[in-house]
Design a protein around this ligand. Structure first.
Ligand SMILES: N[C@@H](CCC[C@H](N)C(=O)O)C(=O)O
Length: 332
């Protein structure tokens, strides 16, 4: 049996998109885990250049959703959400079903997605809902500061005596610190990110996505993320959404809800809008590229055995357009 996958990315956060409906029987969780561990490896050890994870698309169990997305990190663990990935899954399902606005089933919510104007020539873009939001330590899986119920802009002395962190789930867990430029590019993010995702620490035993955020100007931030199950990534959509929420909550003197925030990252740029609903709950819109780089086929047995000798590829040409778009950002 042959497996066909699309190599996709949002802001350079790259994935293999795998549609389970191509198989007579869906792959088992053990097979999905093995596949992700094999093909995502970097530095020539995986399929082509590897990836940050696998996006598993399947039929939805809910009539209100057009399809279902599961997210398998590069290390084989399953994440509850992926903002950058959801944009590419939205494009895939939208094209297949000729629909522009619909819902996608994810682990904890059926999220609204919508096609929006291209970011640039041949750079298609989607807006996706990021929710539900929680600051509750139990939901986040956090045991810090004498089991505090919430941590919002506070030090966690074991991690750093100077940095102030906010912990939030959207619904995957995030730890966010606003920092100066030197700290943004320095070694602290890697040190804290690796430690909090070592599976041994008592603060986040299940791991956490760690982001450093620099405020560049009004409604303009840069986000750098060390992802759980992945490591350093070009961009993390849920991290950029969580960072935008914390930016609005902690900078009320210069911004507010419902304003467009420009979020740059090592892989490109997205826009976010932070909303507060009628019941005071927060949710975010994440708007950015949904790029299809290439279509890859190979025998399933070979992929599960990490043998890529029979893989074949068709390049879409969209990556060149995306590179031009990113070039225009840096030269603007
Ligand atoms: N890159 C994703 C987040 C993927 C999940 C994360 N690694 C986790 O384990 O929570 C995004 O764009 O949101």
């Amino acid at each position: 049996m042959v497996v066909k996958m699309i190599k996709v990315h949002g802001s350079g956060n790259d994935f293999y998109l795998l549609d389970q409906t191509q198989f007579p029987e869906p792959l088992t969780d053990a097979q999905l885990q093995q596949l992700a561990i094999n093909i995502c490896k970097r530095e020539g050890a995986g399929l082509y250049e590897g990836a940050d994870g696998v996006l598993v698309v399947d039929k939805s169990e809910h009539p209100s959703a057009l399809g279902r997305m599961r997210v398998i990190n590069a290390d084989g663990t399953e994440a509850s959400m992926c903002g950058n990935g959801l944009r590419t899954v939205a494009r895939y399902l939208g094209t297949q079903n000729s629909q522009d606005a619909f819902r996608v089933q994810t682990m904890y919510a059926d999220l609204k997605v919508q096609a929006v104007a291209d970011f640039a020539d041949h750079v298609p873009a989607f807006s996706v809902e990021i929710s539900p939001v929680s600051f509750d330590a139990q939901t986040i899986g956090m045991h810090a500061n004498h089991d505090a119920q919430t941590i919002i802009n506070e030090t966690i002395p074991e991690l750093s005596t100077t940095l102030k962190f906010s912990a939030v789930s959207v619904p995957n867990p995030h730890l966010i610190a606003f920092v100066d430029h030197e700290t943004l590019v320095g070694p602290e993010l890697g040190r804290i990110g690796k430690w909090m995702n070592d599976g041994k620490n008592s603060i986040f035993p299940d791991g956490v996505n760690v982001s450093f955020v620099e405020v560049l100007g009004q409604n303009s931030i840069f986000v750098r993320t060390f992802e759980r199950g992945v490591g350093f990534t070009n961009a993390c959509g849920t991290a950029m959404s969580a960072s935008s929420l914390m930016y609005v909550l902690l900078h009320q003197e210069s911004t507010d809800f419902n304003q467009e925030i420009h979020v740059t990252n090592p892989g490109g740029m997205v826009k976010t809008i932070v909303h507060q609903g009628a019941d005071e709950e927060y949710w975010m819109e994440l708007i950015g590229n949904a790029t299809f780089v290439k279509i890859v086929s190979l025998p399933l047995d070979s992929a599960l055995a990490a043998d890529y000798s029979q893989a074949s590829v068709t390049v879409t040409g969209e990556q060149a357009a995306y590179a031009n778009f990113v070039g225009s950002l840096t030269t603007a």
